[in-house]
Design a protein around this ligand. Structure first.
Ligand code: SF4
Length: 156
C-alpha cells in the first residue's frame, strides 16, 4: 500500500540548512520513514536565503532579522513553495521544527532576540494549516503517530 506523504522540515532529516549551518536530526526519523513517504522542505533556503544567515524573529506580523532587515517577503515565498510541494505530494501531514519563524507550530521566539519563547506559529505552518494540512513538531511526534493509527483503524 502506498505510504502517505509527510512534509518534514529539512533540518530534521539532517540537512545543514539552519541559520547557523546546523541540523537537528530527529530521533524518530527511522520510525517515520517506515510509515511515511518523507518529503523534506526548507522554506527559508527554498525561498532564496543562504546558509548561514542572520537569525530572524516575528515582530508585529513581520519577519525581521537581528540586524533589523525586513525579510518577510522572502519567508512568504518559501512558505508558498512549501505549500506547492505539499499539495503536489498530496500531503495531509507536516512535521515541522518547533520555534522557527517559518516552521514553528505552537511556539515562536518573542521578537526580542533574548531566547524567550511565546505561543505562536511560523509563517509556513500557518499557510500549510490554511490548506488543511495538520502540522506537528518534534515535540508532538507521538500525536502524529496516534493520528495515523486512527486513520488506519477507520479505513479497516
Ligand atoms: S526554515 Fe524550517 S526547515 Fe529550514 S532550517 Fe528553519 S526550521 Fe529547518
Amino acid at each position: 500500500m502506498k505510504k502517505p506523504a509527510l512534509i518534514i522540515s529539512a533540518c530534521l532529516v539532517g540537512r545543514s540548512c539552519r541559520y547557523d549551518g546546523a541540523s537537528k536530526i530527529l530521533a524518530e526519523l527511522g520510525e517515520l520513514e517506515k510509515l511515511f513517504d518523507i518529503v523534506p522542505v526548507c522554506p527559508e533556503t527554498d525561498g532564496g536565503l543562504s546558509v548561514p544567515r542572520p537569525p530572524a524573529e516575528i515582530i508585529n506580523g513581520k519577519i525581521i532579522t537581528a540586524d533589523g532587515e525586513d525579510v518577510t517577503g522572502t519567508y512568504e515565498k518559501g512558505a508558498r513553495n512549501a505549500v506547492v510541494t505539499a499539495l503536489r505530494a498530496g500531503a495531509k501531514y507536516a512535521l515541522l521544527k518547533e520555534s522557527s519563524p517559518s516552521c514553528g507550530t505552537h511556539l515562536i521566539y518573542d521578537g526580542t532576540f533574548s531566547g524567550r519563547k511565546i505561543s505562536g506559529e511560523g509563517i509556513t505552518a500557518r499557510v500549510l494549516r490554511a490548506e488543511g494540512i495538520k502540522c506537528y513538531s518534534e515535540n508532538t511526534v507521538g500525536e502524529l503517530l496516534c493520528e495515523l493509527q486512527n486513520v488506519d483503524v477507520t479505513l479497516k
